[in-house]
Design a protein around this ligand. Structure first.
Ligand SMILES: CC(C)(COP(=O)(O)OP(=O)(O)OC[C@H]1O[C@@H](n2cnc3c(N)ncnc32)[C@H](O)[C@@H]1OP(=O)(O)O)[C@@H](O)C(=O)NCCC(=O)NCCS
Length: 204
Protein backbone atom coordinates (compact mmCIF):
# COMPACT_ATOMS: atom_id res chain seq x y z
CA UNK A 1 0.00 0.00 0.00
CA UNK A 2 1.31 3.46 -0.87
CA UNK A 3 1.89 6.03 1.83
CA UNK A 4 1.99 9.15 -0.35
CA UNK A 5 -1.32 10.55 0.90
CA UNK A 6 -0.36 14.22 0.62
CA UNK A 7 -3.97 15.26 -0.04
CA UNK A 8 -5.91 15.14 -3.27
CA UNK A 9 -4.02 15.89 -6.48
CA UNK A 10 -5.54 18.47 -8.79
CA UNK A 11 -5.55 17.12 -12.33
CA UNK A 12 -6.91 18.18 -15.69
CA UNK A 13 -8.42 15.47 -17.92
CA UNK A 14 -7.69 15.36 -21.65
CA UNK A 15 -9.24 13.14 -24.34
CA UNK A 16 -6.55 11.24 -26.26
CA UNK A 17 -6.52 11.19 -30.07
CA UNK A 18 -4.47 8.87 -32.32
CA UNK A 19 -2.01 11.77 -32.78
CA UNK A 20 -1.56 12.51 -29.07
CA UNK A 21 -1.45 8.77 -28.29
CA UNK A 22 1.67 8.50 -30.45
CA UNK A 23 3.28 11.25 -28.32
CA UNK A 24 2.04 9.98 -24.94
CA UNK A 25 2.62 6.22 -25.35
CA UNK A 26 6.23 6.22 -24.02
CA UNK A 27 5.11 8.08 -20.88
CA UNK A 28 2.12 5.73 -20.37
CA UNK A 29 4.46 2.75 -20.84
CA UNK A 30 6.87 4.18 -18.25
CA UNK A 31 4.03 4.63 -15.77
CA UNK A 32 2.90 1.03 -16.35
CA UNK A 33 6.33 -0.56 -16.07
CA UNK A 34 6.94 1.24 -12.79
CA UNK A 35 3.98 -0.68 -11.27
CA UNK A 36 5.40 -3.95 -12.62
CA UNK A 37 9.02 -3.37 -11.61
CA UNK A 38 8.40 -1.68 -8.25
CA UNK A 39 5.25 -3.44 -7.02
CA UNK A 40 5.17 -6.78 -8.89
CA UNK A 41 1.65 -5.96 -10.10
CA UNK A 42 0.11 -8.20 -12.74
CA UNK A 43 -0.29 -5.95 -15.77
CA UNK A 44 -0.06 -7.83 -19.04
CA UNK A 45 3.69 -8.62 -19.02
CA UNK A 46 6.05 -11.33 -17.87
CA UNK A 47 9.77 -10.62 -17.39
CA UNK A 48 11.73 -10.09 -19.51
CA UNK A 49 9.90 -7.55 -21.65
CA UNK A 50 11.05 -4.43 -23.45
CA UNK A 51 10.15 -0.73 -23.46
CA UNK A 52 9.05 -1.20 -27.03
CA UNK A 53 6.51 -3.89 -26.04
CA UNK A 54 5.19 -1.66 -23.25
CA UNK A 55 4.71 1.21 -25.72
CA UNK A 56 2.95 -1.13 -28.18
CA UNK A 57 0.47 -2.09 -25.46
CA UNK A 58 -0.91 1.46 -25.76
CA UNK A 59 -0.31 2.09 -29.47
CA UNK A 60 -2.43 -0.90 -30.47
CA UNK A 61 -5.50 1.04 -29.29
CA UNK A 62 -4.87 3.82 -31.80
CA UNK A 63 -7.18 2.69 -34.63
CA UNK A 64 -10.10 2.15 -32.20
CA UNK A 65 -9.86 5.79 -31.05
CA UNK A 66 -10.91 6.94 -34.54
CA UNK A 67 -14.00 4.72 -34.76
CA UNK A 68 -17.42 6.30 -34.51
CA UNK A 69 -19.78 3.41 -33.73
CA UNK A 70 -19.61 0.09 -31.88
CA UNK A 71 -16.10 -0.99 -30.98
CA UNK A 72 -14.87 2.54 -30.44
CA UNK A 73 -12.52 3.28 -27.57
CA UNK A 74 -12.43 6.56 -25.66
CA UNK A 75 -9.24 7.29 -23.78
CA UNK A 76 -8.29 9.97 -21.28
CA UNK A 77 -5.11 11.10 -19.57
CA UNK A 78 -4.93 13.03 -16.30
CA UNK A 79 -2.35 15.83 -16.28
CA UNK A 80 -0.93 17.87 -13.43
CA UNK A 81 -1.95 21.46 -14.10
CA UNK A 82 0.77 23.57 -12.51
CA UNK A 83 4.31 24.24 -13.71
CA UNK A 84 5.51 23.70 -10.16
CA UNK A 85 4.24 20.13 -9.83
CA UNK A 86 5.32 19.27 -13.36
CA UNK A 87 8.91 20.27 -12.61
CA UNK A 88 8.94 18.09 -9.52
CA UNK A 89 8.11 15.02 -11.58
CA UNK A 90 10.44 13.06 -13.80
CA UNK A 91 9.49 10.20 -16.08
CA UNK A 92 11.97 7.43 -16.74
CA UNK A 93 11.35 4.27 -18.75
CA UNK A 94 12.57 0.79 -17.81
CA UNK A 95 15.90 1.43 -19.55
CA UNK A 96 16.49 4.56 -17.46
CA UNK A 97 15.74 6.86 -20.40
CA UNK A 98 13.68 10.02 -19.76
CA UNK A 99 10.35 10.33 -21.51
CA UNK A 100 8.41 13.47 -22.42
CA UNK A 101 5.00 14.28 -20.95
CA UNK A 102 5.99 13.76 -17.30
CA UNK A 103 2.91 15.81 -16.35
CA UNK A 104 0.69 12.81 -17.24
CA UNK A 105 -0.11 10.98 -14.00
CA UNK A 106 -3.03 8.75 -14.98
CA UNK A 107 -4.95 7.18 -17.83
CA UNK A 108 -8.04 5.09 -18.54
CA UNK A 109 -9.91 3.64 -21.55
CA UNK A 110 -13.62 3.01 -22.18
CA UNK A 111 -14.42 0.42 -24.88
CA UNK A 112 -17.92 0.16 -26.36
CA UNK A 113 -19.04 -3.34 -27.33
CA UNK A 114 -19.40 -4.46 -30.93
CA UNK A 115 -22.19 -7.05 -30.89
CA UNK A 116 -25.68 -5.74 -31.87
CA UNK A 117 -27.24 -7.19 -28.72
CA UNK A 118 -24.54 -5.65 -26.53
CA UNK A 119 -24.32 -2.05 -27.70
CA UNK A 120 -25.60 -0.96 -24.28
CA UNK A 121 -22.47 -2.48 -22.70
CA UNK A 122 -19.06 -0.89 -22.24
CA UNK A 123 -15.84 -1.96 -20.60
CA UNK A 124 -13.13 -0.27 -18.56
CA UNK A 125 -9.55 -0.93 -19.65
CA UNK A 126 -6.07 0.12 -18.56
CA UNK A 127 -6.78 2.34 -15.59
CA UNK A 128 -3.31 3.28 -14.37
CA UNK A 129 -2.13 6.02 -12.02
CA UNK A 130 1.52 7.03 -11.53
CA UNK A 131 2.65 5.01 -8.50
CA UNK A 132 4.05 8.16 -6.84
CA UNK A 133 0.56 9.71 -7.02
CA UNK A 134 -1.63 6.87 -5.78
CA UNK A 135 -4.32 7.43 -3.11
CA UNK A 136 -4.78 11.07 -4.13
CA UNK A 137 -8.07 10.74 -5.99
CA UNK A 138 -6.69 10.63 -9.55
CA UNK A 139 -8.27 7.28 -10.50
CA UNK A 140 -11.56 8.41 -8.97
CA UNK A 141 -11.46 11.58 -11.11
CA UNK A 142 -10.77 9.50 -14.25
CA UNK A 143 -13.53 7.00 -13.44
CA UNK A 144 -16.07 9.75 -12.66
CA UNK A 145 -15.52 11.16 -16.14
CA UNK A 146 -15.55 7.70 -17.78
CA UNK A 147 -18.83 6.78 -16.07
CA UNK A 148 -20.41 10.15 -16.89
CA UNK A 149 -19.40 9.81 -20.53
CA UNK A 150 -20.53 6.17 -20.82
CA UNK A 151 -23.95 7.08 -19.42
CA UNK A 152 -24.27 10.10 -21.71
CA UNK A 153 -23.52 7.82 -24.69
CA UNK A 154 -26.35 5.45 -23.71
CA UNK A 155 -24.28 2.76 -22.03
CA UNK A 156 -26.34 1.03 -19.35
CA UNK A 157 -23.85 -1.51 -18.09
CA UNK A 158 -20.11 -1.13 -17.55
CA UNK A 159 -17.85 -4.15 -16.97
CA UNK A 160 -14.27 -4.85 -16.01
CA UNK A 161 -11.92 -7.49 -14.76
CA UNK A 162 -9.16 -6.66 -12.36
CA UNK A 163 -6.72 -8.24 -9.96
CA UNK A 164 -8.60 -9.51 -6.89
CA UNK A 165 -7.56 -7.57 -3.81
CA UNK A 166 -6.35 -4.01 -3.86
CA UNK A 167 -7.75 -2.86 -7.24
CA UNK A 168 -11.03 -4.61 -6.45
CA UNK A 169 -11.26 -2.58 -3.21
CA UNK A 170 -10.78 0.59 -5.23
CA UNK A 171 -13.70 -0.22 -7.54
CA UNK A 172 -15.90 -1.32 -4.63
CA UNK A 173 -15.28 2.12 -3.09
CA UNK A 174 -16.64 3.63 -6.30
CA UNK A 175 -19.86 1.58 -6.11
CA UNK A 176 -18.96 -1.29 -8.46
CA UNK A 177 -20.43 -4.71 -7.71
CA UNK A 178 -18.52 -7.99 -7.68
CA UNK A 179 -19.88 -10.75 -9.97
CA UNK A 180 -17.32 -13.29 -8.82
CA UNK A 181 -13.73 -14.43 -8.96
CA UNK A 182 -11.81 -16.43 -11.52
CA UNK A 183 -9.06 -18.36 -9.78
CA UNK A 184 -5.45 -18.25 -11.01
CA UNK A 185 -6.32 -15.81 -13.78
CA UNK A 186 -3.01 -14.01 -14.37
CA UNK A 187 0.60 -14.67 -13.53
CA UNK A 188 2.70 -12.26 -11.53
CA UNK A 189 5.39 -10.55 -13.65
CA UNK A 190 8.03 -13.01 -12.36
CA UNK A 191 5.81 -15.94 -13.40
CA UNK A 192 6.09 -17.48 -9.93
CA UNK A 193 2.52 -17.02 -8.75
CA UNK A 194 -0.98 -16.87 -10.23
CA UNK A 195 -3.49 -14.35 -8.97
CA UNK A 196 -7.29 -14.40 -9.03
CA UNK A 197 -9.30 -11.94 -11.10
CA UNK A 198 -12.40 -10.13 -9.87
CA UNK A 199 -15.17 -9.64 -12.43
CA UNK A 200 -17.07 -6.47 -11.67
CA UNK A 201 -19.94 -4.41 -13.07
CA UNK A 202 -21.69 -1.09 -12.63
CA UNK A 203 -25.24 -0.34 -13.76
CA UNK A 204 -25.33 3.19 -15.10
C1 LIG B 1 -5.91 0.94 -8.68
C2 LIG B 1 -5.42 2.37 -8.98
C3 LIG B 1 -5.88 2.78 -10.37
C4 LIG B 1 -6.02 3.31 -7.91
O1 LIG B 1 -5.64 4.65 -8.24
P1 LIG B 1 -5.63 5.83 -7.17
O2 LIG B 1 -5.49 7.13 -7.89
O3 LIG B 1 -4.63 5.52 -6.14
O4 LIG B 1 -7.08 5.73 -6.52
P2 LIG B 1 -7.88 6.92 -5.78
O5 LIG B 1 -6.90 7.72 -4.98
O6 LIG B 1 -8.71 7.65 -6.76
O7 LIG B 1 -8.80 6.09 -4.80
C5 LIG B 1 -10.23 6.16 -4.79
C6 LIG B 1 -10.74 5.40 -3.60
O8 LIG B 1 -10.33 4.03 -3.65
C7 LIG B 1 -9.59 3.69 -2.48
N1 LIG B 1 -8.39 2.94 -2.85
C8 LIG B 1 -7.45 3.28 -3.76
N2 LIG B 1 -6.46 2.36 -3.77
C9 LIG B 1 -6.80 1.44 -2.83
C10 LIG B 1 -6.16 0.28 -2.33
N3 LIG B 1 -4.95 -0.09 -2.78
N4 LIG B 1 -6.77 -0.43 -1.35
C11 LIG B 1 -7.97 -0.04 -0.85
N5 LIG B 1 -8.63 1.08 -1.27
C12 LIG B 1 -8.04 1.80 -2.24
C13 LIG B 1 -9.12 5.01 -1.89
O9 LIG B 1 -9.04 4.93 -0.48
C14 LIG B 1 -10.15 6.00 -2.33
O10 LIG B 1 -11.20 6.12 -1.40
P3 LIG B 1 -11.53 7.59 -0.82
O11 LIG B 1 -11.73 8.49 -2.02
O12 LIG B 1 -12.77 7.34 -0.03
O13 LIG B 1 -10.33 7.97 -0.04
C15 LIG B 1 -3.86 2.44 -8.88
O14 LIG B 1 -3.45 1.85 -7.67
C16 LIG B 1 -3.11 1.79 -10.04
O15 LIG B 1 -2.82 2.44 -11.04
N6 LIG B 1 -2.75 0.49 -9.91
C17 LIG B 1 -2.02 -0.23 -10.98
C18 LIG B 1 -2.88 -0.55 -12.18
C19 LIG B 1 -4.18 -1.24 -11.80
O16 LIG B 1 -4.21 -2.19 -11.01
N7 LIG B 1 -5.29 -0.76 -12.38
C20 LIG B 1 -6.63 -1.25 -12.12
C21 LIG B 1 -6.94 -2.46 -12.91
S1 LIG B 1 -7.82 -2.19 -14.38
Amino acid sequence: MQSNQAGRAKVVLERVTPETLAQYAPRLAAMTTSHILNHNRSINFLHPFTSHQAIELFLKTSSYLSLDGPGRVIMWVAKLPSEESREALESVDMDGKSTDNADIVGTVQLAFHTSPNGVHRSEVRKLIVDDRYERRGIARTLMDELQRYAKEEGSKLCLLDTEAGYAEHFYTKLGWKLSGYIPNYAMTPDGLEKRDAALMYLEL
